[in-house]
Design a binder for this molecule. Structure first.
Ligand code: OGA
Ligand code: MN
Length: 231
């Protein structure tokens, strides 16, 4: 077993630095990735950090600093509001909250590599804001054989998400892609991760503004002189 920070959450929540998360969930996260290809953990990230990240995306949205999200990468990037309706902004380490979250993901990258030898080597992430009515149709985050995105992550940022507000993320079976295997309520602190090229997923229409950070652990896929576009 990998070593990990197993301090109780009360301690983890009050101490500064990268451990603003419930490290006790790590063994279940690793097992989930191995056995099902995904993991969902409630209260995975400290409420205070989620609140700071939420305030940041609200401020970005208020000053119109988010951009409509597209599909495809590099040259094939296009806007398709019939497929996805969120607006995004890539994390740039500008705020303490961003740096803490990225540090936390760095710790997670290290732990996953130590347990599963996946050779994850970098992490990219963006804030995402889904206005009321927005959705993201069923998709994979990367394609087999070109799987530079290896593990997808999502952290939700809305505290007290109402049960009737929609906006859940539905996860589907890796072999039977019509079979829904899980539905994630986008409640602040809930964190999910899954294998990017295996697990189809979809954001159901949301009835209120929905905020999250979507991120990907990547392998370096710049091979044969073909530069892998960063975004
Ligand atoms: C994505 C995505 C899911 C979510 O950005 O690729 O699938 O719940 N997001 O926000
Ligand atoms: Mn996705």
């Amino acid at each position: 077993m990998p070593e990990f920070d197993a301090r109780p959450i009360a301690d983890a929540r009050t101490s500064p630095g990268p451990h603003a998360w419930d490290a006790r969930q790590l063994p279940a996260l690793i097992d989930g990735l191995v056995e099902r290809g995904y993991y969902v953990g409630e209260r995975f990230v400290d409420a205070g950090l989620c609140q700071s990240l939420f305030a940041e995306i609200e401020a970005l949205e208020a000053k119109d600093a988010l951009q409509a999200a597209g599909i495809g990468r590099g040259e094939t990037h296009t806007l398709r509001r019939d497929i996805r309706g969120d607006a995004i902004r890539w994390l740039d380490r500008e705020s303490l909250a961003q740096r803490r979250y990225l540090e936390l993901m760095g710790t997670l990258q290290h732990e996953i590599n130590a347990a599963l030898y996946l050779g994850l080597f970098e992490f990219e992430a963006h804030f995402a804001h889904y206005p009321p009515g927005a959705f993201y149709r069923k998709h994979f985050d990367s394609f087999r054989g070109r799987a530079n995105r290896v593990i997808s992550t999502v952290l939700y940022l809305n505290a007290d998400w109402p049960a009737d507000a929609g906006g859940e993320m539905a996860l589907f079976d890796e072999h039977d892609t019509e079979r829904e295997v899980g539905r994630v309520v986008p409640e602040a602190g809930t964190f999910t991760c899954f294998l990017s090229d295996r697990i189809p997923h979809e954001v159901l229409p949301t009835h209120r503004a929905r905020t999250s950070i979507a991120g990907w652990f990547r392998r370096n896929a710049s091979l044969n002189n073909t530069l892998d576009p960063e975004r």
